[in-house]
Design a protein. Structure first.
Length: 99
């Protein structure tokens, strides 16, 4: 898996199939990305072929209760593109199929 990158104010992350549990996808995010004013959205590219685009403000609101790890990451938490939830919280997101 490649390292996550920020392109055009969007942080991109590939999420492998082994992190899936039905419609839930387990993932995390560096705390530095959540607090970076240059990042406007995150894009989780799921192994299922879906791309889940979430505004960073909505993600911050949804992961407030997620674990903070000593490695500097926030999570794990779950993204559900079918129910449009992050960590059980309703979240506005754009779900697209990748080619």
């Amino acid at each position: 898996m490649r390292s996550p990158k920020v392109l055009n104010h969007v942080w991109h992350r590939n999420v492998p199939a082994t992190w899936a549990n039905r419609s839930l996808w387990r993932t995390d995010i560096p705390a530095s990305v959540l607090s970076n004013p240059d990042v406007h959205s995150v894009c989780y590219r799921l192994a299922s072929g879906l791309c889940v685009l979430i505004r960073i403000a909505d993600l911050r609101d949804s992961v407030w209760d997620a674990p903070r790890r000593t490695s500097g990451k926030v999570g794990p938490f779950y993204v559900d593109p079918l129910a449009k939830t992050v960590n059980g919280w309703s979240s506005s997101m754009d779900v697209q199929t990748t080619a």
